[in-house]
Each structure stands twice: as structure tokens, then as C-alpha cells.
Write a protein of this length. Structure first.
Length: 194
């Protein structure tokens, strides 16, 4: 079982690249809308120093091998970020999460194609048996997106996390397993064709 590396994944609408320091300016611009951060576990970085600290933490997690942070680019502009996390190659399991996009990318197909590319890589390159996704149980937009592409709802972990300082978060858990992947792939491809 090898160590997984952050891939570069490219589709028609989106490109996902391993996060590097050179992406910090684009991430700063993409992170300015407060709506982007509503459901994330940290408070929106209000200063460039705060965003740079977020980038440094993400790069440190990549260096430690715990996360594989990616930068989301569309039309040659950084629009957000996502990650592979909870890397468990010994169990052929991974999580996709920490996804955020500037609202200008919402509803454009960018997130749909990014999930297609990431799931395809997890199942077809890494040979995963399971991909997990989770979100704040109150985040109806994210939950609806996962359900729309066929992820299976597995339940809510009550009082799962303290976020944004000391707010409680109940987390809704979803998964796609290798048995589900062909149908999920067809749904994602069909959504992109609409």
C-alpha cells in the first residue's frame, strides 16, 4: 500500500492542483465573500495574515501526510479549495471535504465536475472501496448536492465538533462505496451535460 500523493485533475470546467504557496493571492481573492465560510469549521480569514496561516496549516497537513489540499481553478481563476483527508490507504478509504468555493462558482457545474474528478481518482486510480463526505447537518445546500449525485446518507453524528471557536456542530455523514461508483459516476456526468 503506497503513500497517496495530491493529484492534478482537470476537466472541462475545473482544474484541481496541489496547493502551493503561489496560490495564496488567488485564494485570498476567492475567500472574500462571507457566504463562502458560513458552514466551514473556522471563522472567515479577515486579514491576509489569517489566510496565509490557513494556507500554511494546509501545507503542513500535506507535508505530514494527513491531508491532500487542492486549489480549485475555473477559467484560469482560483475559485476555492478542496481536500482529500482522513487518508487511510491501508483500508482503501478517504474523505473528500474542506470544500469551499466563491459564490460566483456556485451552480456553474464547477463543484459537480470537481467531485466527479476526485471520486474518479479515488476509485479508479487509488482503488478505494469507500469515500466519505460530511457537512454541518444544517447545511442544506451541501447535503442536497451530495444527495443529488447519489451519495448515501449514513446519519448524523450529534455534537461531533466544536467549530468557529465554540459553536456546536452536528455532522451529517455520507459515503460512496465502490459498488455505488458506476451509478454515481453516471449521475455526475449527466448533471454536467444538463
Amino acid at each position: 500500500m503506497g503513500h497517496w500523493q495530491a493529484p492534478t485533475l482537470e476537466g472541462r470546467l475545473v482544474r484541481l492542483d496541489p496547493l502551493e504557496l503561489r496560490h495564496a493571492d488567488g485564494l485570498w481573492e476567492a475567500s472574500r465573500d462571507a457566504r463562502t465560510w458560513q458552514w466551514l469549521s473556522i471563522v472567515q480569514p479577515w486579514t491576509r495574515r489569517e489566510l496565509d496561516a490557513w494556507v500554511d496549516d494546509a501545507l503542513a497537513s500535506a507535508e505530514a501526510g494527513t491531508d491532500l489540499p487542492l486549489v480549485t481553478t475555473s477559467e484560469e481563476r482560483v475559485v476555492g479549495s478542496t481536500r482529500y483527508l482522513a487518508l487511510r490507504p491501508e483500508h482503501l478509504s478517504v474523505e473528500i471535504g474542506w470544500t469551499w468555493l466563491h459564490p460566483s462558482a456556485w451552480g456553474t457545474g464547477v463543484n459537480v465536475e470537481a467531485k466527479l474528478l476526485m471520486l474518479r481518482h479515488a476509485f479508479e486510480t487509488w482503488g478505494c472501496r469507500r469515500v466519505e463526505l460530511k457537512t454541518d447537518a444544517l447545511n442544506t445546500r451541501s447535503r442536497g448536492a451530495m444527495e443529488a449525485f447519489g451519495a448515501t446518507f449514513e446519519g448524523v453524528h450529534r455534537k461531533h465538533m466544536l467549530v468557529r471557536g465554540d459553536e456546536n456542530r452536528d455532522s451529517a455523514w455520507y459515503s460512496v462505496i465502490d459498488d455505488d461508483w458506476p451509478a454515481v459516476e453516471r449521475r455526475l456526468v449527466a448533471r454536467l451535460a444538463d
